[in-house]
Every structure is written in C-alpha cells, then in structure tokens.
Design a protein around this ligand. Structure first.
Ligand code: ZN
Length: 94
C-alpha cells in the first residue's frame, strides 16, 4: 500500500489528535517519521530459508527518528482505504 499526499496529511492529523505524546518504546524519543510503504507481510522460503515480502496486511507504520523502532496502526481505523490486492484467478480444474 503506497500512501498518497492526502493519506499522509490525514494520518498525521489523526495521530496528532489521538496520540500526540507517543514516545518510542525503545529509546523514549518523541520524533517519528511516517513510512511511505505501508504493507508488510513476511514469509519464508523453506527451500532457501530466505525471507520474502509480498502483498499482505496493510499497515500504517511510523519509525522512531532516533533508533528506528517501528510502530504500526490499522489503516481502517484511521480511515485510510487500502489498495485492492490484484485479483488472482483460482481454478479447481486439474
Ligand atoms: Zn527510538
């Protein structure tokens, strides 16, 4: 899910209204940055044991400007409509 400029504005207003005193759980810093890429799903390839990312659960993510700790919010609660995932054709034919 890629955020538009309007999404960014709405998210920042929403966070300021409800969570204006967020402190980093790791270092106590109060400066955050909204991340542009907001969908995260991690899988693991059992053959190579490498992690991979693909379309998954949309999240609104902010990161601590001091230590990089990340925090996620549900976009639906904020009022951000996630992108529709691409339709996959499912067949039961063999
Ligand atoms: Zn921090």
């Amino acid at each position: 899910m890629k955020l538009t400029d309007e999404d960014n504005k709405n998210i920042q207003e929403w966070l300021e209204e409800r969570c204006s005193n967020i402190r980093c759980h790791a270092c106590g810093n109060g400066k955050w940055q909204l991340l542009d890429i907001s969908t995260l799903q991690i899988g693991i390839d059992l053959h190579t044991t490498r992690f991979f990312y693909h379309g998954g659960i949309p999240l609104i993510s902010i990161t601590c400007m001091n230590c990089g700790y990340m925090m996620q919010f549900n976009p639906t609660v904020i009022g951000i409509k996630p992108d529709e995932p691409p339709k996959e054709r499912i067949s039961t034919e063999t």
